[in-house]
Design a protein around this ligand. Structure first.
Ligand code: A2P
Length: 328
């Protein structure tokens, strides 16, 4: 079942939003980012179980360093007949060191090779800024580069034309950056989505409104407040799933705070990504389709906004394309 961008009250795990290029994205996706201490094989097992449970949208990225394992899980579920390739929606992200137009294809092919897949369903620019080519997995400090993302975008359009990706989009773009891309002379394809941090503590209503006007789907990450990895999340920041108001709404519906946090985003009309490698929570999180938040509870959750961004990527703050200096 594929629906338009309007939030639907009858969401199921098979609901997809229609993208403006005619493809369709499942409204709930499995996040696969885990910190370095987590064995990569955990991602394989979780992804296999997720597919068994009915998840059809898998979100990953070159920089996560786990495409081999996530690809292995997807291929094994295709091989055992659980799903067909076309039933899976896989999102990959172009890392910032591949932004030079002549490197984009190389960045994509590195992902396809690791995954052992022929194509990606969605390929997005991970950030609006570029860094100098380097071994992205080496932990070396990032060296700013000044590649214009509009040129990178033209190379992404080429990847779509070559049939290597079905849809193309962006991530972490602010309004100004979206505007610049949309007004690029000779634009062949508009981005289908903007993937951004979005949760009860970070209201994205203005960016969301802008995206809706341009038929760009908002895809939400860190909906559960992240795993609080202290290498990039301020340990003093409030713990989203412990929020008393969120918990009281959850108690009212007899649901977990995580289910309510996800349902809030779905009812806003965005696509939700949630990471769990835990079998019980993977199952529990599908409960998001078994209830509906009433308008007064949506309003109460709206009131929790405190413009809190867990993923700030502070080492990039001085980059001219750092997206989070603008209000939205
Ligand atoms: P785990 O993988 O052990 O389940 P985000 O998607 O915002 O990045 O959040 C991911 C974090 O939320 C992970 O630490 C994940 O842990 C945790 N998580 C996922 N589902 C739930 C849930 N239902 N209840 C509590 N924590 C959850």
């Amino acid at each position: 079942m594929s629906v338009s961008l309007q939030p639907s009250m009858f969401l199921t795990k098979d609901t997809r939003l229609t993208l403006h290029d005619g493809n369709a994205i499942p409204v709930m996706g499995l996040g696969t980012y885990a910190s370095a201490e987590v064995p990569k094989s955990d991602g394989t097992e979780a992804t296999k179980l997720a597919i068994d449970l009915g998840y059809r949208h898998i979100d990953c990225a070159y920089i996560y360093g786990n495409e081999v394992q996530i690809g292995e899980a997807i291929r094994s579920k295709i091989a055992d007949g659980t799903v067909k390739r076309e039933e899976i929606f896989y999102t990959g992200k172009l890392w910032c060191s591949f932004f030079s137009p002549n490197l984009v294809r190389q960045g994509l092919e590195a992902s396809l090779k690791a995954l052992q897949l022929d194509y990606l369903d969605l390929f997005i620019m991970h950030w609006p800024f570029s860094v100098k080519p380097s071994d992205a997995h080496s932990n070396q400090p990032l060296d700013f580069d000044d590649v214009d993302f509009c040129l990178t975008w033209e190379a992404l359009e080429g990847c779509k034309d070559a049939g290597l990706v079905k849809s193309i989009g962006v991530s972490n773009f602010n309004r100004r950056q979206l505007e610049r891309l949309l007004s690029k002379p000779g634009l062949k394809y508009k981005p289908v989505c903007n993937q951004v941090e979005y949760h009860v503590y970070l209201n994205q209503s203005k960016l969301h409104e802008y995206c809706k006007c341009h038929n760009i789907v908002l895809v939400a990450y860190s909906v559960l407040g992240t795993a609080r990895d202290n290498t990039w999340v301020d340990p003093n920041s409030p713990v989203l799933l412990e929020d008393p108001v969120l918990r009281s709404v959850a108690a009212k519906y007899n649901r977990s705070p995580a289910e309510v946090a996800m349902r809030f985003i779905l009812q806003k009309g965005a696509v939700v990504l949630a990471k769990s490698f835990n079998p019980t929570r993977l199952k529990q999180n599908l409960g998001v389709f078994e209830f509906e938040l009433k308008p007064e509870d949506m309003e109460m959750l709206d009131g929790l906004n405190r413009n809190l961004r867990y993923a700030q990527f502070t080492v990039m703050k001085q980059h001219p394309e750092y997206p989070f200096h603008d209000e939205y």
